[in-house]
Design a binder for this molecule. Structure first.
Ligand code: FAD
Length: 504
């Protein structure tokens, strides 16, 4: 590898420091209302302007011109970006978890040498395409397919919603092998393409007009491309396991994208409530206001515990394909807290909170899709609930508390242990309650993470506050799971449902 002469930084700290100064300067431009939906190149230019100091070198291994890809340092970069902009951190998160890490772990040596050096020094960006118009949550049934041809692989199909559609230089692609006569393999194949090479170019035929995250281009993409043989990912496991390993790592690393954002929301909220007076009293003196501030502050601490966990768990050499339960807990609870914190901040800011041109106003719409992509939270909670029921049956546990004591023998937070006796295990077919069970377990899981953060020396008052916040949350969920009232859906609601036709 040849290191260019004009490298801009000499260490991770130098790179983080210079990038931080740059983001402060650029942050006044983070309102992108001037970029229409079909101005992808303007958006690309803007994204590249934030990469002046080649921050993606922090994500890349030393063999390819990077600083090593250390998890803690990489989480710090995501956090730095998210303090200024949630959309920017998502650009960085996509590049780290969905492009660089999968390529570095599963790409061939030739592909890594060729592509990662360009990421390090030429500001090349990438993304991941899994979702298809008819196969989102049901992604394993995807129809995009590949066939071996003389000069590589022919890939054809349709993908949509890939973050950075139309502007990424490289794509990690998933598809199934065409077995002929309309049959596709069950397993998934992973490839990479170079979108700057003519026969590999994916065409974006439509750009989506998203509700938030406008700096990121989304759209509908047509694939009819030929990629060279060495652009197929290799691995000793199945493609589905490879996908799980990548997605679980990414879900746990969401914590980095949440961290700076939570800190910023907390600072904005406390500063605003200290300054704003309503009825001769500072907002911060009102009890209901304090409740909202505690929500954001607890979310900040829980997010910190998740980062601490991610920094110990998600090293590239580890196989995370079996960590579905843990990854689903982190992703679903964190992104729910991100949205709840945004709702609280906007409420506290009153009318001004509804302005789109600062981080508070943007937060609701920008954080909302985090609850949808990489696994819809509804589905993730159901999967967690189902996994817990399975563990109960397999281990022949007759109550929830016994299972929790088995998983977490060291959990000693008394208010929570008392509550565990009240958790009623639902029937597997009762999806609504299985979902609530999933939410309960995600909360208990985060209590365990808080315990580890506490042992590592974190502020004990913040830990206690977050513990109580979680226990209160679990208590509400237990009420939900024990409730026997289930209103039935009426699909045809036209009968006697127009109030204007009712008698006075
Ligand atoms: C901003 C944004 C960024 C994205 N980035 C990417 C990307 O970079 N790459 C990529 O490949 N994709 C990306 N996606 C796509 C995303 O992963 C999918 O939208 C997501 O997986 C859901 O698929 P879908 O939209 O087809 O919804 P559907 O599969 O139709 O699901 C819609 C809803 O139906 C309900 N539902 C579905 N199945 C069940 C079930 N079994 N039980 C109960 N409820 C159920 C859930 O509430 C779910 O949210 C992105 C999407 C958005 C909005």
């Amino acid at each position: 590898m040849i290191i260019p002469e004009n490298v801009k930084t000499s260490s991770v700290q130098d790179c983080l420091g210079k990038s931080s100064e740059l983001l402060i300067k650029l942050s006044k431009d983070f309102d992108i209302k001037d970029y229409p939906v079909d101005a992808p190149l303007k958006k690309k230019e803007y994204i590249k302007s934030t990469l002046e100091y080649d921050p993606f070198r922090i994500f890349v291994g030393e063999d390819y011109g990077g600083y090593g890809g250390d998890i803690k340092e990489s989480l710090s970069l995501l956090s730095l970006a998210s303090y200024h902009s949630l959309q920017l951190t998502l650009v960085y998160g996509i590049n780290w978890a969905l492009f660089i890490q999968p390529l570095q772990k599963y790409g061939t040596d030739i592909a890594k040498e060729e592509i990662l050096n360009k990421v390090s020094y030429e500001k090349k960006i990438g993304g991941l395409m899994i979702t298809e118009p008819d196969y989102g949550s049901d992604a394993l049934n995807m129809k995009t397919n590949f066939s071996k041809v003389e000069n590589g692989y022919h890939i054809e199909g349709q993908k949509h919603w890939g973050g950075l559609s139309g502007i990424a230089d490289y794509w990690v692609l998933t598809c199934r092998e065409n077995k002929g006569e309309g049959k596709l393999s069950r397993d998934i194949g992973f490839f990479i393409n170079d979108n700057n090479a003519t026969e590999q170019r994916i065409k974006t035929t439509q750009y989506y007009n998203t509700g938030g995250l406008e700096i990121i281009t989304y759209g509908l993409n047509q694939l009819d491309i030929i990629v060279p043989e060495h652009y197929r990912f290799t691995n000793p496991m199945t493609g589905i396991k490879m996908m799980l390993d990548c997605l679980h790592r990414s879900r746990i690393q969401f914590s980095g994208m949440g961290m700076g954002y939570m800190k910023r929301l907390l600072e904005e909220a406390i500063n605003h409530c200290e300054e704003r007076k309503v009825g001769n009293k500072k907002l911060i003196e009102y009890d209901k206001v304090k409740e909202r501030l505690v929500t954001i502050q607890s979310a900040f601490t829980i997010n910190s515990a998740m980062c601490h966990y991610a920094s110990k768990t998600t090293q590239l050499e580890k196989d995370l394909s079996g960590l579905g339960l843990e990854a689903n807990c982190v992703k679903s609870l964190l992104t729910d807290l991100m949205q709840e914190s945004a709702q609280s901040l906007v409420q506290l800011k009153g009318g001004n909170g509804y302005n789109k041109d600062n981080i508070a106003g943007r937060a609701i719409m920008d954080s909302r899709p985090f609850q949808i992509f990489e696994g819809s939270n509804d589905i993730l909670y159901i999967q967690i609930g189902e996994a817990i029921i399975k563990k109960m049956q397999k281990g022949k546990f007759d109550n929830f508390r016994a299972l929790m004591s088995d998983i977490y023998p060291y959990m000693n937070f008394e208010p929570c242990i008392e509550l565990l006796n009240q958790v009623k295990i639902p029937e597997k077919a009762d999806q609504q309650k299985v979902h609530s069970l999933g939410e309960i377990f995600a909360s208990i899981f985060s209590l365990d993470l808080l315990g580890s953060l506490s042992s590592a020396g974190y502020n004990q008052d913040l830990i206690m506050q977050a513990n109580l916040f979680i226990v209160k949350r679990i208590k509400g969920l237990i009420t939900k799971i024990r409730c026997v009232l289930t209103p039935e859906l009426l699909q045809d609601f036209s009968l006697d449902s127009d109030w204007t036709k009712m008698s006075d």
